[in-house]
Design a protein. Structure first.
Length: 369
């Protein structure tokens, strides 16, 4: 018993690194069997957003979970209101929390007996992240075994602390990964960007993307969704997002969005985020969109240039001036250094980038995005 418990504790930390059901599923099967249940359910709920972040199910009959979903039993699950009210982590049996006189509970229990062949359960619910999330492991006994016994209680209780710690670790680890992905993606793009879900709802956006929306001279947001200013642009936008969120063969593409006052239109690019990698993406987004404004100057990628070519700070400043279209004389005035010093820096930049003309240098720098 002790060896198996230690293996489950170690396995929980490994599973938490995967941030999702895939890593937890083998652990859930092993934990359910060790506790003595015929089925197990492990889930993480984001109570702040009111969504199920992920869930894993183990059952000795593989057909039972599919029927559970098809028959809508999750809508009758009596543990949902229990978990919604929890203020602190708790270990409980079904006999502690279920009102068996409630008709909805009675329907749920009859279904569980008839199709899942389970009845009684024991649950370890962990409230984490100052109450934002709650994760829980429920182990269900086969009908023939009867109520949860003391040994099953003790076994689950011995894992409760580890479960709370690992779920909290998984949440923190996942949040950091997603924020790192977001920052890295923006660094790589340099353009205004936003994340959309599978229904096209705007989840988050960079400050410059939000600024473009506030200008209301092209794109805007209504009921949480991007909206174009005219029928033709809206049709193109809808088609773009439909292709980017397609269940099969989603594709990246771009379209033009008309702009007020006959100004050059925006170009909206949509980049599908493959389902297998969405665990790394903030808010489980499905699409990354970037906004190109023909009127805006390109964003200098100074940090990348310095890293790639070992430019000094002053050389990078000059490269940024040239990249923005300024002449040597204009750069001299902007940087407050003489034209002769500017030419010395330019020669150093040419040598480090293996270029010989300003146009060639700008073309090279532009390839960094």
């Amino acid at each position: 018993m002790d060896d198996e418990r230690e293996a489950l504790i170690h396995g929980a930390y490994l599973a938490a690194m995967d941030d999702g059901a895939e890593g937890w599923t083998p652990w859930l099967r092993r934990a359910s069997e060790w506790i003595g249940g015929a089925a197990g359910y492990l889930a993480l709920v984001d109570r702040a957003k009111g969504v199920l972040t992920w869930s894993a199910i183990h059952h000795i009959d593989p057909a039972a979970p599919a029927r559970y979903a098809a028959d809508g039993m999750h809508l009758l699950d009596p543990q949902v209101p229990v978990v919604a009210r929890l203020q602190h982590s708790r270990l409980y049996r079904d006999t502690d929390v279920l009102d068996r006189d409630d008709p909805q509970v009675a329907v749920y229990l009859r279904w569980m007996e008839a199709y899942s062949r389970t009845r009684h359960f024991v649950t370890s619910a962990a409230v984490i992240g100052e109450g934002r999330w709650v994760g829980g492991l429920s182990v269900h006994n086969a009908v023939t075994r009867g109520e949860i016994d003391d040994e099953q209680w003790r076994r689950l209780a011995s894992l409760a602390g580890t479960l709370e710690q690992t779920l909290a670790f998984g949440v923190l680890h996942a949040e950091k990964l997603r924020e790192q992905w977001w920052r890295a993606r923006l660094d790589a793009s340099g353009e205004p960007a936003a994340l959309l879900d599978e229904q096209g709802v705007l989840l988050r956006a960079t400050p410059d993307f939000e600024a473009a929306l506030r200008r209301d001279d092209g794109l805007r947001v209504r009921d949480g969704r991007l909206l174009a200013p005219d029928v033709a642009s809206q049709q193109r936008l809808a088609a773009l997002l439909e292709r980017a969120t397609a269940m099969q063969s989603a594709t990246a593409n771009a379209t033009r969005i008309a702009r007020a006052d006959e100004a050059p239109g925006y170009v909206l690019c949509a980049w599908p985020l493959v389902a297998e990698r969405r665990a790394l993406v903030p808010d489980r987004a499905a699409v990354l969109v970037t906004l190109l404004d023909p009127l805006a100057a390109p964003t200098p990628r100074v940090a990348l240039w310095r890293a790639a070519f070992a430019l000094t700070a002053r050389e990078a400043d000059l490269a940024a001036e040239l990249f923005s279209g300024r002449t040597l004389e204009e750069a001299s005035g902007a940087l407050g250094i003489t034209i002769n010093t500017i030419r010395v820096h330019l020669r150093q930049i040419f040598a480090k980038t293996h270029t010989s003309r300003q146009a060639e240098l700008v073309r090279l720098l532009s390839r960094f995005g």
